[in-house]
Write a protein that binds this ligand. Structure first.
Ligand code: FES
Length: 87
């Protein structure tokens, strides 16, 4: 049986396989836009998946600029993207 964890993303519950990266949980929820470009406001999303590009930065439990691809989900973690819901 697969264990799952529920996190809160932009005030909405998202359930994913326990222990996956936050990027995997968000993309698995069909969300690709994780932040906005600070210059033109356009949606940005994960690109490298290994901590290099910083395109997956989100706010986790009030801590800004957390790279989602390097962060494992924990039950109840709160994620704020500031990005449009592109699902
Ligand atoms: S996707 Fe490139 S740093 Fe996370």
């Amino acid at each position: 049986m697969t264990r799952t964890a529920t996190i809160i993303v932009d005030d909405r519950p998202v359930t994913a396989v326990a222990g996956v990266s936050l990027t995997a949980a968000l993309v698995g929820d069909r969300r690709w836009a994780l932040r906005r470009n600070p210059v033109d406001g356009g949606p940005r999303g994960p690109f490298c998946g290994m901590g290099v590009c910083f395109e997956c930065e989100v706010t986790v439990d009030g801590v800004p600029s957390v790279r989602a691809c390097l962060t494992r989900i924990r039950p109840g973690m709160r994620v704020d993207t500031g990005a449009p819901d592109d699902r």
